[in-house]
Design a protein around this ligand. Structure first.
Ligand SMILES: O=C(O)CCC(=O)C(=O)O
Length: 322
């Protein structure tokens, strides 16, 4: 383990509690007091003050999941401001997105409903406490489909048109720790936008390296090492309520709550599933490693093998009643 990271023992137990003091603001998205479960994070945790290329690199090369507390204010302060509820809806309320209770619904050919941001926000604001799976905007090609969602350069980096784009806060890592614009512009994009209420989320899946910044809100992650990873094709909340309690020993996921402003790194091929525990808005970005980048840069026909989409087409659940 890197010296500056620790296996968090931030809070024991499973009690419901108020938003932790050190979590970022909810940006006005939360409806009333937020019942954030405080539970021990089972992956390594680092504070934003300790985060940098030198401290991050060993996690990428060692394929170790990492949670970085409070990074958004440091790397994307404008986004934190602009993606608060009021300015976001004012500026982007007319943009239309597909919504579904299942992530990757388009790829899985599952039903979706197209709504404007304003319609979606109005709808989720009316939903009271419920155990039903909730709809999610989980847009995996948004740089191309919604170029209006601008203002992301501080987070994603400039230089579009170049083969590799490296977010400014990753500069100093080996050159491969960026993403490729081809991935961000074809149907299997590497840059994803998400917005969803408590009860929405992404069901188990895997792909190559990815980082995920919760600009506002919080979500609970379930993470499995590559030897235990798998796909499912049902709403994340249903999966979490019905399948996860039956998992034990090495089949049980590592869990961790990502709060407002936290960045979570998932290494390649690690399975993961999320459940938002309050309305959450953010960005997830897949990125490359040096073993595949040279091939990916070799000519216009070269195709990434590590876009932030499932490495194989999602197949039927492989572990019993998932
Ligand atoms: O943010 C989420 O809900 C899911 C994101 C995800 O699956 C990913 O980053 O790969």
């Amino acid at each position: 383990m890197h010296a500056s990271a620790r296996l968090a023992s931030e809070a024991g137990g499973q009690a419901e509690a108020a938003r932790p003091k050190d979590a970022g603001s909810d940006g006005g998205w939360a409806q009333g007091p937020v019942p954030v479960r405080q539970e021990r994070c089972q992956i390594e945790v680092m504070d934003a003050a300790e985060f940098g290329p030198a401290s991050f690199a060993p996690f990428i090369s060692g394929q170790r999941p990492l949670l970085v507390r409070g990074l958004a204010d440091k790397v994307a302060p404008r986004l934190v401001r602009d993606w608060a509820k009021e300015p976001f809806v004012r500026k982007f309320g007319s943009l239309r997105f597909n919504t579904s209770t299942v992530g990757y619904a388009e790829m899985l050919r599952l039903p979706m409903e197209e709504l404007s941001v304003a319609e979606f926000v109005a709808r989720i604001s009316k939903t009271g406490a419920t155990s039903e799976a909730q709809p999610y905007i989980f847009a995996n090609d948004f740089l191309r489909t919604h170029p209006e969602l601008s203002g992301l350069h501080e987070l994603l980096g400039e230089g579009h048109g170049r083969p590799v784009i490296q977010p400014p806060w990753m500069v100093g890592l080996p050159a491969w720790a960026g993403y490729n614009e081809r991935d961000a512009q074809d149907a299997s994009a590497g840059v994803q936008f998400y917005l969803g209420p408590a009860g929405s989320g992404a069901q188990p899946h895997m792909h190559e390296h990815a980082w995920n910044l919760a600009v506002h809100g919080s979500k609970r992650w379930m993470i499995w090492p590559p030897s235990r990873s798998f796909y499912a094709a049902r709403p994340a909340r249903e999966f979490a309520a019905e399948a996860v309690p039956k998992m034990s020993g090495e089949d049980a996921p590592l869990t961790c709550i990502q709060h407002s402003g936290d960045l979570l790194y998932v290494p390649a091929k690690w399975g993961h599933s999320t459940e938002n525990i309050e309305t959450t808005i953010g960005v997830a970005v897949g990125f490359r490693t040096d073993d595949v980048l040279p091939a990916a840069l070799n000519g216009p026909g070269a195709r990434s093998c590590d876009a932030k989409v499932p490495a194989e087409p999602p197949s039927p659940p492989s572990r019993g009643e998932l």
